[in-house]
Design a protein around this ligand. Structure first.
Ligand code: G3H
Ligand code: ZN
Length: 283
């Protein structure tokens, strides 16, 4: 069965590794992730954005995640990514999600706290874990778009207060990463991660994990990151593999001919991330 993030994250924080959230966009993403995790004996989190949910349909989304959990026997969480409202979160929980994110980062602090609290209260009653977000993460993901110049680092004192008042199970804070691929190198504020992580019992979540240099990932985990989200790198691997097949062979019509290498390319990316995050052999 699918598990809440509370079966995965406390161990990760205590042992200084991070659990990957790999976004699910279709069947091949779902399969690539679970196959990589089986080979690495790793726990993981399926992240599903509202856009991906619309694309796949909620029934197929839950069915694929459950199939992955049944097939693998691994601890897997099915997590709503950047949930925009209480109603979406409840819809996902009713459909079988084991975890939800409520992203109230575009509200003022007081409103973000109040709204997140409501989600935590309802989710907790059903054994479902909750991720909150504070500060503004730059870049583009689905319908969420923030100009990098407008990205605002999280304030540690506010983050600690946010945790204390909401009781979230993990906390995403803006520390310098962005959604999508980077033009230059991201400048990660390890001091912010460390300050907040030392003051609260739950791990920090690093969004925008694609394209972050390995060493920066390692330092972030050392500072207190226990969950890392990756989407774009898999999208790039998937699409590049498809493009390569189609460019080399214009008469291909069987989707399996390009989706098989696409899936293999994503699996290779995910295996590497699992090892980098240190969650291999932690299932
Ligand atoms: O919530 C999802 C992640 O933050 C994805 O970020 O597409 O840059 O890997 P990414
Ligand atoms: Zn994100």
């Amino acid at each position: 069965p699918l598990v809440s993030m509370n079966e995965l994250l406390p161990k990760a924080k205590a042992n200084k590794y991070a659990v990957g959230q790999f976004n699910m966009n279709n069947l091949e993403f779902a399969q690539a992730t679970v196959e990589a995790a089986i080979e690495e004996n790793s726990p993981f989190i399926y992240g599903v954005s509202e856009g991906a949910l619309k694309y796949m349909g909620i029934e197929f989304t839950v069915a694929m995640a459950k199939a992955a959990a049944d097939k693998s026997g691994l601890p897997i969480a099915l997590h709503l990514d950047h949930g925009s409202s209480f109603d979406v979160a409840m819809k996902c929980i009713r459909a079988g999600f084991s975890s939800v994110m409520f992203d109230g980062s575009h509200y003022g602090l007081e409103e973000n706290i109040a709204l997140t609290k409501e989600v935590v209260k309802a989710a907790r009653a059903m054994g479902v874990s909750v991720e909150g977000e504070l500060g503004t993460i730059g870049g583009v993901e689905d319908d969420l778009s923030v100009d990098e110049a407008d990205a605002k680092m999280a304030d540690p004192a506010e983050a600690i207060r946010f945790y204390e008042e909401t009781g979230v199970d993990c906390l995403a804070i803006a520390v310098g990463t962005a959604h999508g691929m980077y033009k230059g190198e991201p400048k990660i504020h390890y001091d912010i991660i460390q300050k907040v992580a030392d003051a609260i019992p739950v791990p920090i979540v690093l969004h925008g994990g694609s394209g972050v240099p390995d060493e920066a990932i390692r330092l972030s985990i050392q500072a207190g990151v226990g969950k890392i989200n990756v989407n774009t790198e898999n999208q790039v691997a998937c699409t590049n593999a498809i493009r390569e097949v189609l460019l080399a062979n214009s008469e291909v019509i069987d989707p399996r001919k390009y989706l098989t290498p696409a899936r293999a390319a994503m699996k290779a990316v995910i295996k590497e991330k699992i090892r980098l995050f240190g969650s291999n052999n932690q299932a």
